[in-house]
Design a protein around this ligand. Sequence first.
Ligand SMILES: Cc1ncc(COP(=O)(O)O)c(C=O)c1O
Length: 343
Amino acid sequence: MKIIDLRSDTVTQPTKAMRKVIANAVVGDDVLGDDITVNNLQDRIARMFEMEAGLFMASGTMSNQIAIAIQTQPGTEIICDKNAHIYVYESAAPSIISGVQIKPLDCGDEIFNLEMLEKNISKWDDIHHAPTTLIAVENTNNKAGGIILSLEKLKGIKKIADKNNIPLHLDGARIWNAHISTGVSFKEYGKYFDTISVCFSKGLGAPVGSMLLGTKRHIEKALRKRKQLGGGMRQIGLLAAAVDYALNNNLEKMKDDHRHARYFAEEVNKISGFEINLKNVQSNIVIIKVGKDNAEKITNKLEKFGLKSLSLSDSIIRVVFHLHINDDDTEDAIKIFKKIKNI
Ligand SMILES: Cc1ncc(COP(=O)(O)O)c(C=O)c1O
């Protein structure tokens, strides 16, 4: 049976062409600074975002957590949205690695209400509260369904951060999708943040890796932290070569993922029992409301017909479009949703 795997954009496999590039990569010991392929990639991505420097990381979680560790102090607090990956899906790492607490903002349907953000900043001279030492933004926002933060919103957040002298971190695991969808350049996104984390193993289709971007000083500190966490790796040019290939060949293909997500959402939203907020389908992720206590039943039924999806709660399932999903697969996915409706 054909399997259509829409659980995540992380499920892609390196293609033959990518594997060939990996096999031929020039590598060296990166802990000794000898790996030219990763050094070149770090320079390439730092230039793309007009940031001073970049450092290859094992994962998006490591990259976010190191960004937090180098910009905060124990006993202080980070502000982020209630849907942020660093809050929901990183297993309380900020409390363990950096000794900080997270203050998640619940802004209803909005991501980052500026008034709420400003009200929630705690100052050093207030001894009752943990001072805010970092604001973390996620673009696109995964849990909220691949929603994109507008430039206007980012400018507002930056203004508040600057006014209060607080650094801004971007979890840009899917900043590639935000760029493809809006046309906003990476350099423009780079202007608003002190540190940016980007992921290569999601929509870009590389097998492993993320990168932290920041000033040279941030990256010096990040290098030490990465070593302490056991993330100093040796011949990682193998991984960097795959990323280079992905940037050259797969970035533009995200347009197709977005087109598939939108078409799928419009069609499935017409089927009774599945509710999709089409306004929120802004990139490659689609969130489907399926009625209370139905999510697991539905993901199980879909799987029987060869469609893999994820249940995010008892009433919400998520599908994600990626490199391995073409027009026919998208049509087939819609057909499977139509079929299971009647079972
Ligand atoms: C927005 C966001 N940030 C960070 C991560 C963490 O990436 P990793 O799985 O590489 O640790 C993910 C993973 O899905 C994500 O969606």
